[in-house]
Design a protein around this ligand. Structure first.
Ligand code: NOJ
Ligand code: CA
Length: 706
């Protein structure tokens, strides 16, 4: 971070402003004054901004502009017409979430610009300064003679003020499932990450990173770049200039349509966001992204209940059963994923499903997911022409949908639907309504959707505007049938769950499944301590924790790179309103540590990040709604470390029955991962306790109100 006081730059800017801004107010500070944004037009009429945190420049002079398809660029030649300052301080309630109430408190500045020369096009820039970061979006007002704009490129710059340590994944237009890299900005090389052998679709055209991307300066300040309210627009990656340390927006394009965004006027871009935190944990506690979205459009989502679930899923990834009925495609469909052929039976058969329903009912799980229940799986991965293949209303003959749903109902369990679209969204859209109708008929309120493979039609990408609109269409139609969506291979979360709380969770990261078959040895122990401070800032995650048989005996080349105690801790650390216990039911039998999964909450009154550093470790405490029970989760990377938990977050004057699940003294993710020690004791808010997290280890504590 540059150590030049911000007022020095402000003075220069003031001079620039007075030349061309008619003395309009062009800066705005957050309510506490810690973050401020300065806007100005350079002498050629190009919009610029800077951002300061505690009077230190964190984003130096950065310009803004657009290239359009059928008219000349909007990058200069602008004059300031008007600016408006505003303040907002409101509190809203999350129907489910990491906390019940959220304060949305900011000061804003709207800048209205117009071209000096004909055709005198207009552009507004709306800045918001929060105590936990800053944001701005572009507004394209109605313009005489134009009813739409076609954007070829957006040029939003973020000029960094130091060569920060960056936790990044490449700016892939199709998938967010690469491993995070930790390098200086000057060393980011996304191109080296092309052609990943375990990904069915990946496209990295530039040296760019995907968002959220988190950085730590040498002085210990944290910055996360992302976007909020991605609506009818293309996803943004950030192109990296290794020398100037400048990031520039690089929108995902459509080769098929020859542009990046086409939208009717008036239009708004998503918010470009920078979360700013002295303490790494404050990034996780920040609700900036949700605050920048519209209030809920759904009157009532009480039909969706946060829940834990089990399902016919891990057994396929372990190669013990198949998605397709014939079991002929078998693991050959996974050939591109380097899978050997080991499976012999179709997983989603009625008898097997009932076994999972019984297990769910006996252990208090709310839902059962079944993958491979419908026809189409024999033309899945590896098939070019997947259009028209999957059928979302026709079960395989050994899956008795009526019987299964009434059996589940009798047992008080809800079936979770699965729609693998195989990245053929047009086929899905044709059947979507009928598919959600079928769910409603059976009282099913959530669906896991999937988009594995390259998008059909060719030339579209998962993160482009066309797909952004598809994911939204699914959400809107699902809401009409009281269906909530957990999308895999999704568009990234941008806080839309505030507006559509039936957007319950997403994958959008390298999930647990990679541990079963990745040819690079699975997720390394640092993966989730990075994810908590990067991907998790975009919203709830369907990571599917809970593997107890960590050595994966049917997979000689793979194992989970965490201890069992860490698998427990993930239920608290990695937030989602649905949490799977993904292992095979038999692997939980006779396991005392299973009690934690049964007890742990999924819907929270409040959450506190007790400590953590990006990529190293993190400890989170969450209070369950209704019960007032607290749960603590801590995870570490490949290094063992000691942490002290101060229980001052507990309610005063109450004693809590604590069950502590910690790594045994000789536990290690590599050769002794399952060694867990369970202790019980009474704990109150005056106590603190030191724990050792072993290599790749974790700590999980349940604190039940007496
Ligand atoms: C990829 C998803 O992430 C995974 O969870 C699912 O099992 C397969 N697609 C099949 O849909
Ligand atoms: Ca996936």
């Amino acid at each position: 971070m540059k150590n030049v006081p911000y007022f020095f730059f402000a003075a220069i800017l003031l001079c620039l402003q007075s030349c061309n801004t008619n003395n309009w107010e062009t800066s705005v500070s957050s309510p506490s004054g810690n973050n401020s944004i300065q806007f100005y037009l350079s002498s050629d009429g190009t919009p610029n901004y800077t951002v300061a945190h505690n009077n230190n420049m964190v984003i130096d002079t950065s310009s803004m502009g657009f290239d359009f398809k059928d008219h000349h660029p909007l990058r200069g030649g602008l004059q300031l017409i008007k600016t408006t300052l505003n303040t907002q301080d409101e509190t809203w309630e999350m129907p489910w979430g990491e906390q019940r109430t959220v304060r949305n408190h900011y000061n804003s500045l709207r800048v209205e610009l117009e071209e000096i020369e004909a055709p005198n096009r207009k552009l507004n820039i709306h800045f918001k300064a929060y105590d936990d970061g800053v944001a701005f979006r572009y507004e394209f007002p109605e313009q005489a003679g134009r009813d739409s704009i076609t954007i070829i490129d957006e040029h939003t710059e973020f000029q960094l003020t130091g060569d920060h340590t960056t936790f990044w994944i490449p700016g892939d237009w199709d998938i967010y499932e690469q491993l995070y890299q930790t390098t200086k900005v000057s060393e980011i090389d996304a191109i080296a990450m092309r052609d990943h052998p375990n990904l069915a679709a990946t496209y990295i055209p530039e040296n760019a990173v995907n968002t959220p991307v988190t950085m730590r300066s040498d002085e210990g300040l944290h910055l996360t770049f992302h976007e909020a309210d991605l609506t009818d627009y293309a996803g943004m990656t950030l192109k990296v200039d290794n020398e100037t340390l400048k990031l520039t927006s690089e929108l995902v394009g459509s080769d098929r349509l020859g542009h990046k965004v086409k939208t009717a006027l008036p239009a708004k871009s998503p918010w470009r966001t920078i979360q700013i935190a002295d303490r790494a944990g404050d990034l996780i506690e920040s609700r900036l992204i949700e605050n920048l979205n519209e209030p809920s459009k759904l009157d009532d989502v009480s039909w969706f209940t946060p829940m834990k679930y089990v399902g016919i899923w891990w057994e396929m990834h372990l190669g013990l059963s198949t998605w397709d009925l014939e079991a002929t495609q078998d693991m050959n469909t996974f050939a591109t994923l380097g899978q050997e052929q080991t499976s012999t039976k179709h997983g989603a058969n009625t008898e097997n499903v009932k076994k999972y329903i019984d297990f769910a009912a006996a252990n208090g799980f709310g839902g059962v997911l079944v993958e491979g229940w419908n026809t189409g799986w024999n033309y899945w991965i590896g098939f070019e022409d997947r259009e028209g293949v999957f059928d979302f209303v026709t079960p395989y003959e050994d899956f008795d949908i009526d019987e299964i749903n009434s059996y589940a109902k009798e047992k008080g369990v809800q079936m979770i639907m699965h729609h693998e679209t195989s990245a053929a969204p047009r086929t899905y859209e044709k059947q979507m309504e009928a598919a959600y109708e079928l769910m409603q008929k059976h009282g099913m309120h959530s669906v896991k959707s999937g988009y594995v493979g390259k998008i059909i039609p060719k030339g579209e990408y998962h993160h482009g505007q066309w797909m952004v609109n598809h994911y939204r269409k699914a959400l809107e139609m699902a809401a009409e049938y009281q269906v909530a969506i957990n999308a895999h291979e999704p568009i990234k979360g941008t806080g839309l769950r505030r507006t559509f709380p039936n957007m319950i969770a997403r994958e959008g990261l390298r999930g647990q499944e990679f541990n079963a078959w990745a040819t690079d040895g699975g997720n390394p122990p640092e993966h989730l301590p990075i994810v908590a401070f990067t991907r998790m800032l975009s919203g709830p995650i369907d990571f599917t924790p809970g593997v107890f048989d960590i050595g994966l005996p049917t997979k000689p080349n793979n194992q989970i790179n965490t201890t069992l105690a860490q698998q427990l801790a993930l239920y608290v650390v990695i937030y989602g309103p649905i949490q799977m216990a993904c292992d095979l039911p038999e692997n939980y039998e006779g396991q005392p540590a299973f009690q934690f999964i049964k007890d742990v909450g999924v819907d929270w009154e409040q959450s506190k990040v007790l400590h953590g550093e990006v990529g190293d470790f993190v400890t989170i405490a969450r209070e369950e709604r209704e019960t007032g029970n607290w749960f603590v989760g801590a995870i570490t990377d490949e290094n063992t470390r000691e942490i002290t938990v101060d229980f001052d977050f507990l309610a005063d004057g109450k004693t809590y029955k604590a069950l502590i699940y910690r790594d045994a003294d000789d536990a290690h993710y590599r050769d002794n991962p399952e060694a867990v020690v369970i202790e019980n004791m009474d704990i109150d808010s005056g106590m603190s306790k030191t724990f050792v997290l072993k290599e790749g280890g974790g700590l999980a504590i349940s604190l039940m109100v007496e």
